[in-house]
Write a protein that binds this ligand. Sequence first.
Ligand SMILES: *[C@@H]1O[C@H](CO)[C@@H](O)[C@H](O)[C@H]1NC(C)=O
Ligand SMILES: *[C@@H]1O[C@H](CO)[C@@H](O)[C@H](O)[C@H]1NC(C)=O
Length: 138
Amino acid sequence: MRAVLSGIVLAFILHTTFAIVYAPKIILPNSDSVWTVGHKELVQWNSTGIPKGTPGMIMIGYLNPGDINEHLNWTVAKGFDLYESHQSIVVPKDLNPGDNYIIVLFGDSGNASPTFTIKADYTRKRRDDRRRVKKSVA
Ligand SMILES: *[C@@H]1O[C@H](CO)[C@@H](O)[C@H](O)[C@H]1NC(C)=O
Ligand SMILES: *[C@@H]1O[C@H](CO)[C@@H](O)[C@H](O)[C@H]1NC(C)=O
């Protein structure tokens, strides 16, 4: 009796554990990705086996050598459906260009991307510089 009971309890624990944990595999960004500050960028993942209506969250962080802290300082999307295999986000403007950025995609559990690059928006900078030159000429 006890064995049957503990079997049922174990089955229940296994069922609930496996039923709620989704850590979708990130496809984009990958290690070749280059995102631009202030631009709209695409996050894509493998949604195979994820039921409709599973809420997700995306955070941007960065890694420093010899430090396990992921510095997940920027939440860029929240409450979207993980069943859809992609979500566009806007790269926050208060983020310094660097090649050590990651995103973490959360379902009930998190999965990190490889590190990738975020660069400054040079077109915007050039435009601002031109404006500045014009102003100083006038
Ligand atoms: C997504 O994951 C499933 C199951 O692990 C796998 O069969 C499939 O090939 C993957 N698809 C992509 C695009 O990676
Ligand atoms: C990220 O957050 C940590 C902890 O709050 C802080 O020490 C760090 O300066 C932040 N980094 C940036 C780039 O905002």
